[in-house]
Design a protein around this ligand. Structure first.
Ligand SMILES: [Cu+2]
Length: 467
């Protein structure tokens, strides 16, 4: 008997002893069912388990493989993902800025999208003038954060992995040798990897009664219009620095979705569009409320009615997220590529938990998505989906020659916010247009404009005024 098997025998013996000693609290039937004869547990049996591959499955080679040269020549699709760790000043509500830590000058960091089985080659570079080192922990990799460790200013490091499991997975800075991870993540160094299932997403079944009262099942194609919604908090001093004391007390300064408080609510430009007057509010909160704010001014999320919508949602924060859409039902909730719920109104995400929500907006209207914790709503955890043409803008857009015929959502004219639109996957419906919106540095926003994204602060003033 070699040493490993003898250790297993010891563990087994202790377990059996425990079952026997504590067995008196159970019924006789249960004790009999749990007890087995150790004299039959010989080396041959362990050999059989090993030959079946049972012990090997504890640590499959693929999970531990991080050698890029090996994985790049494995014949799998290789996706490169390049990140730069940068500390920058970014705006917060009230006209101030805060000391943000970012991947690539944006919060959240870029969304990685791959197909299950792809190789990801992640390269992290830290500029020479960066104040501290940074790490990167991608949960899709199933590699310990300690394996990669942190990268010093002026250095570059990379690792590779196979994205084995389908789902949504966070990635985040792991601090400097894991120290300060809370500060780095809560200051902005986070993002998600979407690993699409190898066989694609499932059709969406919505089961409800029809107008006549008959039970009706509607099947929607797996292809969907997709958004990412990443929740987090900021804990800041008055000067905009990270406040660890506030974090320990769960006393947050702001609740953010995709980096911004109230990032997807109407602003004065929407007032002009709908009411012809910048000062006639159509929504109570208008915090990002000036054309001068450019990419930071709030935008809305536009969807069509009777369209399969898929939301990739991650809670990066320190507080729970009670995800809820006012006036809607979440038609399906998926976690880890398994359906968790259907026809539910709210789904709870703890810290570092995620889900995919599938739903269909049946009627035209404005639907608020919230973290249904009132403190979170009042500190920024709210946004609006606009489904269809609830405000009757189509005739005006047609009369003004902006569109030739009525459109099924305002996204065709105004586009959807770039920070909420993930890269395309195999079951994605392309957004009609995408505008520049997000907690991006001006450099990042400028690159997006060069790439052809809509600069809404230039487009909206050209739209027809309310008659
Ligand atoms: Cu960092």
């Amino acid at each position: 008997m070699n040493k490993r098997y003898s250790m297993l025998f010891t563990i087994t013996a202790v377990a059996v002893m425990g079952a026997t000693l504590f067995g008196s609290t159970y019924t006789q039937t249960q004790i009999t069912g749990q007890t087995f004869d150790t004299s039959n547990l010989d080396v041959d049996m362990m050999d059989q388990i090993r030959q079946m591959g049972g012990l090997q499955l504890v640590m499959p080679q693929a999970f531990a493989e991080t050698d890029c040269s090996v994985l790049e020549s494995s014949g799998r699709n290789v996706v490169e993902f390049n990140l730069t760790g940068e500390s920058v000043q970014l705006p917060i509500m009230g006209g101030k800025t805060y000391s943000a830590m970012t991947f690539n000058g944006q919060v959240p960091g870029p969304t990685l999208r791959v197909t299950q089985g792809d190789v990801v080659k992640m390269t992290l570079s830290i500029p020479t003038d960066e104040v501290v080192g940074h790490g990167n922990d991608m949960h899709a990799s199933q590699i310990s954060a300690l394996t990669f460790d942190s990268v010093n200013p002026g250095e570059t490091s990379q690792y590779c992995y196979i994205a084995e499991s389908a789902g949504v997975f966070k990635y985040h800075c792991s601090g400097v040798h894991l120290v300060g991870m809370d500060q780095h993540v809560l200051s902005g160094m986070y993002g998600i990897a979407i690993v699409d299932p190898a066989n694609g997403y499932k059709k969406l079944m919505v089961e409800k009664t029809s107008g006549s009262g008959e039970l009706d099942r509607i099947f929607y194609d797996a292809d969907a219009l997709e958004f990412t919604l990443q929740f987090n908090q900021l804990y800041l001093t008055d000067e905009g620095f990270y406040d660890a004391g506030a974090m320990f007390q769960h006393h947050n300064t702001a609740t953010v979705i995709n980096g911004l408080q109230f990032g997807y609510v109407p602003n004065m430009l929407h007032n002009i569009l709908l009411k012809g007057d910048a000062d006639k509010n159509i929504f109570v909160a208008q915090p990002w409320n000036s054309i001068e704010l450019k990419q930071y001014q709030s935008q809305l999320l536009y969807v069509e009615n009777n369209q399969h919508v898929r939301l990739f949602i991650e809670n990066h924060g320190n507080e729970p997220v009670f995800f809820h859409i006012v006036g809607e039902i979440l038609d399906r909730v998926v976690q880890g590529n398994r359906v968790q719920s259907a026809a539910t109104e709210t789904w709870l995400l703890g810290g570092s938990q995620n889900m995919i929500v599938d739903l269909v907006f049946d009627e035209p209207g404005a639907y608020a998505l919230v973290n249904h914790d009132y403190a979170a709503i009042y500190t920024g955890g709210i946004g609006l989906f606009i489904a269809g043409d609830p405000f009757g803008l189509n005739p005006r857009f047609v009369d003004a020659g902006i569109i030739d015929e009525p459109v099924t959502s305002y996204a065709y004219v105004l586009g959807n916010p770039s920070d909420a639109v993930p890269p395309m996957g195999k079951n994605s419906i392309a957004h009609p247009a995408v505008n520049i919106h997000g907690l991006y540095t001006d450099d990042v926003a400028s690159d997006m404009k060069d790439a052809g994204l809509i600069a809404l602060w230039e487009v909206i003033p050209t739209l027809p005024p309310v008659p």
